[in-house]
Design a protein around this ligand. Sequence first.
Ligand SMILES: Cc1ncc(COP(=O)(O)O)c(C=O)c1O
Length: 378
Amino acid sequence: MTQTPNAMITLSETTLGEEEAAAAAAVVRSGWLTQGERVAAFERAFAEMVGTRHAIAVANCTVALELALEAVGVRAGDEVIVPALTFVATANAVRRLGAVPVFADVTSEDDLTLSPDDVAKKVTAKTRAVCPVHYAGWAADVDALARAAPNAAIVEDCAHAPGATLGARGCGALGDVGAFSFFSNKNMTTGEGGMLTTHDDALASSLRLMRAHGMTTSTLDRHRGHAYTYDVARVGTNARMDEIRAAIGAIQLAKLRANNALRAERVRWYRERLAAVEGLGLPFSSVSRGASVHHLFVVLLPAAADRAAVMSAMRADSVQTSIHYPPTHTFKAYEHFEANLPVTDAITPRLLTLPLHPTLERGQVDRVCDALLRALGR
Ligand SMILES: Cc1ncc(COP(=O)(O)O)c(C=O)c1O
């Protein structure tokens, strides 16, 4: 879409189009809206993309994280190691189970994923799981994290990373369970939505039960006369995805690889323009681990810059920016949690997220860079 010269350049845009609209309309016309064959087909296609034996569609990534942590055995009082540089969902999921989030630092100013060295320092006898975030679309060093916490399960927070890889393996296939988000600003969207991935047959059957109240048959089975009643095998919840979202998700998934390539191209444009700006940090410049899917493009402002002033100057130049993230340990609801996080604390006041989406034009990337440089007085 060609933009008018001074139109606001938004942080993210969906790539939804007529195909998704038609697919959603077809579900509405079919008369069957709740979890059925479209969900099953979306799950099969997603599992194939990630490279796991199983994918289980759910209502969102937050509930996916909760179910994943419970399925790998996290119980009240257990500890789960998480980064603070993430959306609050990662730590909230731990607390919803009555477990304790233990914050570990990110690796460096350049590698903003969970530090295996700091995780090793924070492991205790109570550590039940580690929950790395593939921040901005870059795979965390899951193998090193598993070595750092050998008795803990790994639940990958893959909200930023559909299609990202580490060597030949997909994010979501690196640990015990992966949890994806299809929220509207993500690399692929169903509005709200999420997916669990795992190689493990026993975990997959637990997760399938847990997302639907532990019921042993589905509404569709009963509708078709394949079953007349059900048992409840374990306590669960309603975390199901519906057919409308699955129909949209299948089309978004088919576009994912091309859209991720467009994101990578736009990141190259930004890097060309910004690499030589003195004092400006471009994280992940020297990370060679895996192929990123560039969910976010973040920069580290020069230490002396006033971030709020930069953001408001850029907004006056019609450029949206954001902060990913205010770190979790600084929120009121987390003030009583210990957090010795020197790298996270040093970088988070300088983080700034610039617009990134597959339809961003080269001229718009130039406008964002011009606005940033003006705001920095360069
Ligand atoms: C890193 C991370 N984890 C978890 C979530 C939660 O995803 P959802 O909104 O699908 O619950 C998000 C969403 O913004 C996220 O960015």
